[in-house]
Design a protein around this ligand. Structure first.
Ligand SMILES: Cc1ncc(COP(=O)(O)O)c(C=O)c1O
Length: 364
């Protein structure tokens, strides 16, 4: 019998496969420093809230995410009608692409940056305009502003930037936003903003009042440590953006356990502060020890570091060598730039273990 392959849509061939890290089925003793996750387990109160939600899963979850949006509104001072919830913040990114982009439209973003951004144009037939980062692995906002044309519908600035960990200060972001025409959506992806010491993480919210085209994308996956539940949110400058991303998605995109866990996690801001402190201490240790090893490290404002390997080091060999020593990190090649590693700040034990393993590999 001849097997005729299923005919898929042409755009499927354009969509890059997301480079998810490996290591989900490995033993506990492996240091998982590849996915910018929190090394801390969920708080007992969050676990109890999630368990409490499980008793009602014979019913659909609240499609309007009313309680979560109200709590976020109380915390950030943005009306609930301008807060979008997502099944992870990636869900909102993909919805934004569907709502804003189409063939002929352009989307501007820095590169290397978050791996999902090339997906936005590939899925919609829009034209990607990736703008190289500067020599310090930072967004080149001047150059990005210069790439905005009459065709631009969406500009994405990842701040702090994944994978390079660098951030640009809010006054530079403000100047940039002022240069973008008001009909072009500017999405500031702030998945890691809590870890940045450049500005108060919530200072960017002021941008929304003056710029209805600005959207701040946040997540419960990083500092809140709930990536396994999948909850993200967007603080939007206008209600129309929130309505658009809700319109293009399936109903009930945020499940009941995720809503309950996020609502509870928001109540524990003291824990958020503690986690930030620990992550910052860990990153300072990693940066200074890597510096002592003679490696160039980008100035991190996130819960991970980006280090450039020596010219004669083979990136794949180093990543393999680390894995053999029980440490998983991400190779730069999968993230847009060969010859670098992205290493998540782990527990104290993970950080020390990584440094010892790397020393053995780059000094040998
Ligand atoms: C910059 C950035 N934005 C968004 C996300 C998506 O996070 P989530 O979909 O888990 O909210 C990530 C995840 O790694 C990220 O690095």
């Amino acid at each position: 019998m001849s097997v005729v392959p299923i005919e898929f849509a042409a755009h499927l061939r354009r969509i890059p496969v997301y480079p998810a890290a490996e290591g989900y089925a490995l033993p506990d003793e492996v240091a998982l420093m590849a996915s910018n996750e929190s090394p801390d387990p969920p708080l007992p109160e969050v676990i109890r809230a999630v368990e409490g939600a499980l008793g009602t899963v014979n019913r659909y979850p609240d499609p309007s995410n009313a309680v979560l949006r109200r709590r976020l509104s109380d915390r950030y001072g943005v009306p609930a009608s301008r807060i979008a919830i997502g099944n992870g913040s990636c869900d909102i990114l993909l919805a934004a692409a569907e709502a804003l982009l189409e063939p002929g439209a352009e989307v501007v973003y820095g590169w290397p940056s978050f791996s999902i951004y090339p997906h936005l144009s590939a899925a919609t037939g829009a034209t990607p305009i990736p703008v190289p980062l500067d020599a310090d692995d930072r967004h080149d906002l001047d150059r990005m502003a210069g790439e905005v044309t009459v065709a631009t519908r969406l500009v994405v600035v990842c701040n702090p930037n994944n994978p390079t960990s660098t951030a640009v200060p809010l006054d530079e972001i403000r100047t940039f936003v002022e240069r973008v025409p008001p009909h072009v959506a500017v999405l500031l992806d702030e998945a890691y903003c809590e870890f940045s010491l450049l500005d108060d993480p919530d200072a960017s919210i002021d941008l929304l009042a003056a710029h209805p085209n600005v959207v701040l994308l946040r997540t419960f996956s990083k500092v809140y440590g709930l990536c396994g539940l999948r909850v993200g949110f967007a603080l939007c400058g206008s209600e129309s953006f929130r309505a658009a991303v809700d319109q293009v998605r399936q109903p009930f995109f945020c499940n009941a356990a995720a809503q309950a866990g996020a609502i509870e996690a928001l109540r524990h801001q003291d824990e958020v502060a503690r986690r930030v402190e620990r992550a910052v201490a860990g990153r300072i240790l990693l940066e200074s020890e890597l510096d002592d090893l003679g490696l160039r490290v980008a100035e991190s404002q996130a819960n991970f570091v980006w280090l450039h390997l020596p010219e004669d080091a083979d990136e794949a060999d180093v990543v393999r060598g680390l894995a053999e020593r029980g440490v998983l990190v991400r190779a730069g090649r999968a993230l847009g730039r060969e010859g670098a590693l992205r290493v998540t700040v782990g527990s104290d034990e993970d950080n020390v273990g990584f440094l010892a393993a790397l020393r053995g590999l780059v000094q040998a």
